[in-house]
Design a protein around this ligand. Sequence first.
Ligand SMILES: Nc1nc2c(ncn2[C@@H]2O[C@H](COP(=O)(O)OP(=O)(O)OP(=O)(O)O)[C@@H](O)[C@H]2O)c(=O)[nH]1
Ligand SMILES: [Mg+2]
Length: 398
Amino acid sequence: MERVRRGDVRALARAISVVEDGAEGAAELLAACRASGRSALRIGVTGPPGAGKSTLVDQMVRQFRAQGKTVGVVAVDPSSPYSGGALLGDRIRMAGFAGDEGVYIRSMATRGASGGLAAAAADVCAVMEAAGREVVIVETAGAGQAEVEIARLADVTVVVLAPGMGDEVQSLKAGMMEIADVFAVNKADCEGAERVEVEVRAMQGLGEGWVAPVVRTVATTGEGVAELVRAVERLAAQGAEGRRAREVRGALRFGSLQQRFGEEGARLDHIGIGVRSIAAARGFYEALGLRVSAEETVEHEQVRTAMLPLGETRLELLEATAEDSAIGRFVTKHGEGLHHIAIRVSDVDKAFARLRGDGTRLASDCVRTGAGGHRYFFVHPESAGGVLVEIVGEAARG
Ligand SMILES: Nc1nc2c(ncn2[C@@H]2O[C@H](COP(=O)(O)OP(=O)(O)OP(=O)(O)O)[C@@H](O)[C@H]2O)c(=O)[nH]1
Ligand SMILES: [Mg+2]
């Protein structure tokens, strides 16, 4: 650990192996790394196979080295961890850094003993940070659950697209679109790059508010890479707050929940607002033209609710009937404010099983039945971009 802290590259390599293999002392070593108090700018780079991610990472590394920063690269290949092809390719392309101890490149060979790929990648990042790496870049391919989780551990996620991959943007998984903080339209020297850029911008334009910047790059020559790095640094400067806002925006804009819960279409059911007094809070909304359609008290939640329909959705004002209730504690701790968003899905039990199965942190231990026979559970903000999310099923029949 002492040598890791000093930035000794061989110790860093060994420490990662120990952690990856779950060898003796791995847990202690990892804990010591996490406690080192050091952190890096974490950049996730993902995108379809062959888009030029590794070539682009190589160029980004050059930029950071030119700034005098030390860099760690983690190349993750979830589909074929042992096949060698892509990993070997990465090694060869990045061989240009041989002899520069300021660049340490690691291909992840395992999915990790327990927590899966994302957990294993997080472990490797933690070791690199403890070793004082100032920038850590994680490359993954595809848009599976693992990539989305890896994106969550990055401060900034770059999605690399390139022309010539079929009907690229349209067919891209929503998962990949929503995790993008920056789009790199790579292979800008090839025909079709402009169309890719137009499509990305069009897709993003569907929603309102902040949109991810799009930067054209030619990874093979380095063109546009300085601009890409500047875009990444600008977003990183927004910190955790900015990141959280981008995540929520992405989830809303690209409807990942809809994708995951099926054809019938998840939709926003309501937005829950914790207030001290419904009587005091409703006036503003009524002045806007909203009307309270229903008021009721949900005894077992110790909360009084007022529903105000708003377009396809509604606002739900929540007032605690007891101080020691969920809403009571929320208002005491944070003051009045946005408490949760509720998303309606066609099959709440399936959603519960699925989320529990993929390691999402839930804030309910089962699906509960509320007023009107609605069945619901809560997803912890930690797994939902900092927002408490209620998942509601269709009303019980009969
Ligand atoms: N013309 C052109 N070719 C590029 C560019 N960037 C990468 N390539 C080429 O595209 C091919 C794939 O590049 P990689 O960097 O391996 O792509 P990748 O996305 O990392 O691929 P996987 O890791 O296998 O998913 C290589 O032959 C690169 O030389 C570019 O900007 N222009
Ligand atoms: Mg690659």
